[in-house]
Design a binder for this molecule. Structure first.
Ligand code: SF4
Length: 501
């Protein structure tokens, strides 16, 4: 389905992709039902029925789309982000500040705090409107920082009172001569935080990508969640220059995306940007599986070479990389033989990590995905990461979809009883696993498992955490959970909501 970049708001991923956030069963069943939902991908044509979603009687703390949009706007260099919200929404800036400073250190940027301001909407503003406050804040942001771009992030509160952010942005843009990009990320608009990615990518596509640059014949956009540049070593031998975007970008890298030969995406949670670049800027998206695992990375490189017309030495690059890692891969596989792992991460990234564990010879019978998109924005079956996992590596019998709900994660770990956990979102999942006495490998920078070297990076990291079991058992012995005994023993994450037979 085509993206509509002419309107200021991005359509939510529930509307575009049929995203669900609650489900439990075999991965093969979810893959089959997702294909049925988006029948056009797999040859069945059913008119796009929605996936049947489970529900829970209550919800624990989680994230919202505003936090994702704000974080990813804040880590764009030379920007100021204005959160048009009550001060509570700005609590996420404590994390973003640390994130930005870490990125600055890694990228060689000036080490400073990111620039974010909250309009601090209060009761009076909820009654009389907050637009004057927003206009004053935009002027203040300009006076203080003279940024190259100002983002205005909407919130539940500004959405409820219906402040006309668009008009304020246009009039202040004319007055100050600075690009102002509204981000419509009201927390209640979407049930999943990943819609925040679409919102920031929508703003980038509409306002920050250049329509005037000249094509650069060796440039390839690599859209990633964040982390070190593990792509250049893979792509440079093909004569390609990596334009690393999202996860901390400069305005120049965003602007020149339209000049690239092609775009690859490292997690299809970010597929909105690649699809928009192809649709509105004519930059083709490479349609290939994510490069997690040997065969998948081979296919990924071959497809990039094909799209960019650089097939000449791709087989030699693949052979050399495979040969380079073979001895260490063999050592890691032997060391991990007989171990059982558990993966918790967001959708496509979780599928990628599951492939990595299976490639390393680890047994995996359970996984926890923070949401599920039945399709990617391109609608291309090669981007159906769940089906690729099931078809290529076998089923995951216990596959839970849950937006980081602690009580469900506890039951899922009780069911699996793994030797170790690999997870993203360490705040919930890593601390939970640790308190249950399970060695855990938290991954913040999701590029760690990518490509041939990714297998070695993840394998070595698991081997480092496994010997710490005694430490985790000590942590567990001194930990208490706020659940009753019957739930602590429960192994079904959806037990309270399943109707008696
Ligand atoms: S935008 Fe809404 S859901 Fe998000 S932090 Fe603010 S009040 Fe909470």
């Amino acid at each position: 389905m085509a993206l509509n970049l002419k309107v200021p708001q991005a359509e939510t991923r529930e509307q575009r992709l049929g995203t669900i956030i609650q489900w439990d069963g075999a991965a093969s069943q979810l893959a089959r039902d997702s294909a049925f939902t988006h029948g056009c991908q797999k040859g069945c044509d059913n008119g796009g029925r929605r996936l049947c979603e489970a529900s829970t009687p209550f919800s624990q703390a989680s994230m919202c789309a505003e936090q994702i949009a704000v974080t990813n706007a804040t880590i764009i260099q030379e920007s100021v982000v204005i959160q048009h919200s009550p001060i509570g929404c700005a609590a996420s800036q404590t994390f973003t500040c640390r994130y930005y400073r870490d990125l600055a250190e890694r990228r060689g940027w000036k080490l400073e705090d990111p620039k974010a301001i909250c309009t601090n909407l209060i009761e009076q503003d909820m009654v009389f409107g907050g637009i004057r406050k927003l206009e004053e804040t935009i002027r203040e942001a300009w006076e203080r920082h003279h940024p190259k771009v100002i983002f205005i992030a909407a919130s539940c509160a500004s959405g409820i009172i219906g402040d006309d952010i668009e008009s304020a942005a246009r009039s202040l843009e004319a007055e100050l001569g600075v690009v102002i990009v509204p981000l419509y990320c009201e927390g209640f608009r979407s049930k999943h935080w990943s819609s925040g990615w679409d919102v920031i990518e929508h703003g980038i596509l509409r306002r920050l990508v250049s329509r005037e640059g000249k094509k650069q014949p060796d440039l390839i956009n690599v859209i990633h969640l964040g982390g070190p540049d593990v792509f250049s070593p893979l792509l440079a031998p093909l004569g390609l220059k990596t334009n690393l975007v999202m996860g901390g970008s400069t305005l120049d890298t965003l602007a020149q995306m339209s000049e690239a030969q092609a775009t690859v995406t490292m997690c299809f949670v970010l597929s909105y940007l690649a699809t928009g670049l192809e649709q509105d800027y004519g930059v083709p998206e490479v349609k290939a599986p994510l490069p997690y695992g040997l065969a998948e990375t081979d296919r990924w490189l071959r497809e990039i070479a094909s799209v960019t017309g650089r097939q000449g030495n791709v087989e030699a690059v693949i052979a050399a990389e495979r040969e380079r890692i073979a001895p260490e891969l063999e050592r890691i596989r032997k060391a991990l033989a007989g171990k059982k792992g558990f993966v918790a991460a967001g959708a496509a990234f979780a599928h990628g990590l599951l492939v990595v564990l299976r490639e390393l010879g680890v047994e995996v019978d359970s996984a926890f995905s923070y949401h599920h998109d039945p399709a990617s924005d391109s609608g291309d079956p090669t981007q159906d990461t769940l089906s690729n996992l099931v078809d290529g590596w076998g089923d995951i019998p216990n596959y839970t979809v849950s937006p980081d709900q602690h009580f469900q994660a506890h039951a899922a770990l009780q069911r699996s009883k793994p030797d170790f956990v690999v997870c993203r979102h360490s705040g919930t999942f890593a601390s939970l696993a640790a308190r249950m006495g399970i060695p855990v490998l938290p991954i913040f920078y999701s590029n760690d498992g990518i490509g041939y070297q990714g297998l070695i990076t993840i394998g070595r990291a698991i081997l480092r955490v496994l010997p710490r079991r005694r430490f985790y058992e000590d942590v567990s012995a001194h930990s208490r959970f706020p659940y009753q005994k019957w739930w602590l023993e429960e192994t079904d994450p959806f037990a309270p909501i399943i109707e008696p037979a």
